[in-house]
Design a protein around this ligand. Sequence first.
Ligand code: SF4
Length: 66
Amino acid sequence: MVKIAIDSERCEGHGRCYSLAPKLVEPDDLGNGRVIGDGTVPADQEDNARQAEGNCPERAVLLEET
Ligand code: SF4
């Protein structure tokens, strides 16, 4: 199982995460990424989660594989 998280200390609000994985991440009031729900990534969203991880300029998108 994969879980997605965002390091709010690093996030600078570029928005790539919620563009690439809109079912997993949404913008907060400042435009920073915020994980939807508890961060569990459904199997059909794993590619999007990896795209978000790989494209965050601040390396603030974290994936945990369990
Ligand atoms: S892509 Fe990275 S820096 Fe941009 S909003 Fe998402 S987590 Fe934040």
